[in-house]
Design a binder for this molecule. Structure first.
Ligand SMILES: [Zn+2]
Length: 225
């Protein structure tokens, strides 16, 4: 029997690892997992000495290695410029994501909460597009959007001009126990070696928090607000 599928939709290489890596690995046990990434993350720093490859090429390879560890069947890169996901590309991006989704017909979509977790505007754009497609497409049944906890965002105050407040545990819809996948998540994060500083910061901070990931769960029809 065909396994159900889940498509994770993000903006940058490392969003899958720093975000809901444990949940992706958990779903991979009984779902076909696909990952769509809008950019190659070429605005990120490069702590490697490798001058033979561009930062975009390096980060694409890091993403593919991380995705493989997590059990992702296929990665789709949309080839947008890192940091450029804005209104005038909105429909274009949504069209490209829709074409991929129409071929897969996934039951579940996974993305960030609408404020993009960290407040990165590329994340916000991809979250908005995913929400739009979730409610529009006939075959999607459930969408889970990744959120972080208040304690985590309290540590990120100066990361962007505005880092949205994280959630209180009791306000999330689903808490996924990812204890079993914690080491794998660390390994996925460690694949992003060009982002050494973020990687070490993340690995250190992970030790302080429960081995859990948190989501809002969306079902159809669209709720009355
Ligand atoms: Zn990102």
């Amino acid at each position: 029997m065909k396994r159900p599928s889940l498509v994770a939709i993000f903006a940058h290489p490392d969003d899958e690892a720093f975000g809901p890596a444990g949940t992706i690995a958990k779903y991979a046990q009984d779902h076909e997992i696909y990952l769509i990434c809008a950019t190659r993350g070429e605005a990120g720093e490069n702590f490697l000495d490798d001058t033979t490859r561009s930062i975009g090429e390096i980060r694409e390879q890091e993403l593919r290695a991380s995705a493989k560890l997590l059990g992702v069947k296929q990665v789709f890169l949309l080839d947008y410029e890192d940091g450029s996901l804005c209104n005038n590309k909105y429909h274009d991006i949504a069209g490209k994501v829709k074409t991929i989704l129409d071929a897969i017909r996934p039951e579940i979509l996974l993305t960030y909460e609408l404020r993009g977790v960290s407040g990165h505007l590329d994340h916000v754009a991809m979250a908005m597009i995913t929400y739009f497609l979730f409610y529009k497409l006939p075959y999607t049944k459930k969408m889970i959007s990744y959120v972080t906890m208040r304690e985590v965002t309290d540590e990120l105050r100066d990361y962007f001009i505005y880092v949205p407040h994280g959630f209180r545990r009791e306000r999330v819809d689903e808490v996924v126990d990812v204890k079993e996948f914690w080491e794998l998540k660390k390994q996925a994060i460690a694949q992003h070696t060009s982002q050494k500083l973020d990687v070490s910061r993340m690995l250190e901070s992970m030790n302080k928090f429960p081995k859990e990931e948190y989501f809002l769960v969306h079902k159809k029809p669209i709720p009355n607000l």
